[in-house]
Design a protein around this ligand. Structure first.
Ligand SMILES: Nc1ncnc2c1ncn2[C@@H]1O[C@H](COP(=O)(O)OP(=O)(O)OP(=O)(O)O)[C@@H](O)[C@H]1O
Ligand SMILES: [Mg+2]
Length: 233
């Protein structure tokens, strides 16, 4: 059963009286690769957390095509700084299956291979490099075969090689049918991977449309400045 579309209508997330993001009107459709862009503090992380059910809906609504508990079980989130257990690489990748009491029918080995960590499987996960940790977090998010994957700037502090590897895995994940919603600061990455652009400033969507239109013909001066690498507040 498809959990998408996810429809946000006038959706707002707040902490105490502060608005983190919203009101947001946005529909995430099956098969899309959505890039959420915007300056620091504009609400990218908050929007992803809101869609994933980590922030309470404090105004408007956020609805999946199915009930929330089913939708929840078919989506994963990769945080900007992944938290890894004090266990081996293999145990970290296998954890979501264990928590769901699902048998491991070879997926752990397949994912270790995909992320290039087969040889490191029995090392402590905390001994990995930043790029390897991020790949591990991605494998752990994907091992339950989610329909929807959220990523919060997964390659923010990585070098070119690690970023390329993560992008290659994401391209494959998307080609295999997973819908992806990702926050990024990297306009090159947005162009390489994204199909749909969402540009937010001060918690609200300023632009939303096909990626090439956004990058090549931004409608607002602020998006134009942002794409050009100027400082936008
Ligand atoms: N737990 C919190 N309590 C209060 N305010 C918060 C909290 N988390 C975020 N904010 C505020 O909400 C706004 C949006 O923050 P958010 O982290 O979503 O932005 P962002 O676009 O992800 O920024 P960055 O590019 O730095 O990651 C900011 O003004 C931030 O200070
Ligand atoms: Mg953020």
């Amino acid at each position: 059963m498809d959990i998408l579309p996810l429809t946000l209508s006038g959706t707002t997330a707040r902490r105490k009286s502060k608005t983190l993001v919203g009101p947001i009107d946005l529909t995430i459709t099956k098969g899309d690769f959505v890039m959420v862009m915007g300056p620091n503090g504009s609400g990218k992380t908050s929007l992803l957390r809101l869609m994933h059910g980590l922030e309470r809906v404090r105004g408007g609504a956020a609805k999946f095509a199915v009930d929330d508990s089913l939708a929840q079980s078919k989506q994963s989130f990769v945080f900007q700084s992944p938290t890894l257990l004090r266990r081996t690489v293999r145990e970290n990748v296998a954890l979501p299956l264990k928590l769901r009491k699902q048998p491991d029918t070879n997926q752990v080995d397949i994912w270790l291979e995909r992320i290039g960590l087969t040889a490191a499987a029995d090392q402590p996960a905390r001994s990995l490099s930043g790029g390897e940790k991020q790949k591990l977090a991605l494998a752990r998010a994907m091992i339950t075969d989610p329909q929807l994957l959220f990523l919060d700037e997964p390659s923010a502090s990585l070098d070119g090689q690690s970023t390329r590897e993560i992008e290659a895995i994401l391209t494959q994940v998307h080609a295999n049918g997973t819908t992806v919603v990702m926050a990024t600061h990297d306009m090159g990455q947005a162009r390489r991977l994204g199909q749909t652009a969402v540009f937010i400033v001060q918690g609200e969507i300023l632009e939303h449309g096909p990626m090439p239109d956004f990058l090549d013909h931004p409608k607002s001066a602020r998006a134009g400045a942002f794409i050009a690498g100027d400082i936008v507040e």
